[in-house]
Design a protein around this ligand. Sequence first.
Ligand code: HEC
Length: 135
Amino acid sequence: MRAAPLGALLALACWCAGAAAQLPAGPAQDVASIERGRALLANRHETGCVLCHVVPGFAAGGELGPSLAGVAQRGAAAQLRQRIADARQFNPHTIMPVYGNVSGLQSVAPAYQGQPVLSAQGLDDIVAYLMAVAR
Ligand code: HEC
């Protein structure tokens, strides 16, 4: 595992309890794309998902979080999206970074302030991949 990208990601997120969970409103602009979702999942610098999760369709995966195998069967797409957007809604103490929310974050580098790690489109694309492949 490479330390720098994960460290950068963790700096973006603050897992302090009680942060207001305001998710980005509005639909994504494009039809969700499994291919784009796969690319986002694979991107260790932008998302780091595979640093912490075993993800179906990827040879290598991390073990800080649960395997995402079967995640498509554990709930609806909307719930999956919420988990990825802001895992604090389900566990205020989670170590999973916040991807779709900017409230309650601390120590965000100036260049990244005010923008979530993933756009609404990016969230939809990742959910499309997981709903199709992680069964
Ligand atoms: C720093 C490690 C880390 C990173 C990076 C990370 N996660 Fe997680 N994730 C976790 C942990 C730990 C959990 C367990 C839930 C908790 O902490 O409450 C989790 C839970 C989840 C769950 C719920 C799993 C279930 O069984 O219901 C999903 C879905 C998920 N992560 C997707 C993602 C996606 C997609 C990305 C990248 C955009 C990502 N995670 C990045 C650590 C991480």
